[in-house]
Ligand binder design. Structure first.
Ligand code: CTP
Ligand code: K
Ligand code: MG
Length: 180
């Protein structure tokens, strides 16, 4: 029961977990806000780029396609019925994760936080909220079939933990400038 919930939550969110990490690896180039400011501060900042956003969205979407191919074998091995991803769900999760992170940067700049500043709580959940919201809009039937309330609860508890662990790891590996 618990194994099934955690496995389903993790699997269903993988296309939303990968985009931010892919963006870190691929980021650079032209910022989305083109350097523009609002109220004396950058609209988004240099940390949100077109290349990172495109790479993150693509990586999450491709992962969803790979997970679809692997779902039967992994489901058998775990004795759990793991979900597959219609294209709209994969894109919704991946693009939604990126948009949630971009929305958080917008809020960080409005509240005077410079690029890279921590915003505890928001940093760990921005992309989850974005991913779930866009997946719900893009694939409502799939969303309600996949995210039961218990699965959603596991997602909300598990994601901040995974976020902290992966970001500290990326920092220690020299891939990220800050451990958040
Ligand atoms: N990145 C990117 N495009 C995105 C998201 C991330 O290019 N849409 C890259 C940037 O190189 C960024 C790095 O991934 O610096 C780390 O992402 P994040 O921690 O989200 O950005 P920060 O630089 O910390 O900026 P912010 O304070 O706005 O979150
Ligand atoms: K972030
Ligand atoms: Mg950061």
């Amino acid at each position: 029961m618990v194994v099934s919930l955690v496995a389903t939550a993790f699997w269903a969110m993988l296309p939303a977990y990968v985009p931010n990490n892919a963006a870190v690896l691929a980021g650079g180039g032209r910022p989305i806000d083109g350097g523009r400011t609002w109220g004396g501060r950058r609209v988004l900042g240099d940390g949100k780029t077109w290349r990172g956003t495109a790479a993150g969205t693509l990586a999450g979407t491709l992962l969803a396609v790979v997970l679809n191919a692997a779902a039967p074998a992994v489901s058998d091995a775990l004795g759990v019925s793991l979900p597959t991803f219609p294209l709209a769900a994969g894109v919704g999760l991946a693009l939604g994760a990126m948009l949630g992170d971009i929305g958080a940067s917008f809020l960080k700049r409005r509240s005077g936080r410079e690029r890279g500043a921590a915003f505890p709580g928001l940093d760990q959940l921005d992309f989850v909220v974005g991913a779930l919201a866009l997946a719900f809009v893009a694939a409502p039937g799939w969303f309600s079939a996949t995210f039961s309330l218990p699965v959603l609860a596991v997602v909300l508890v598990m994601t901040p933990v995974l976020h902290v662990v992966t970001n500290v790891g990326a920092y220690l590996l020299g891939l990220k400038n800050e451990p958040w």
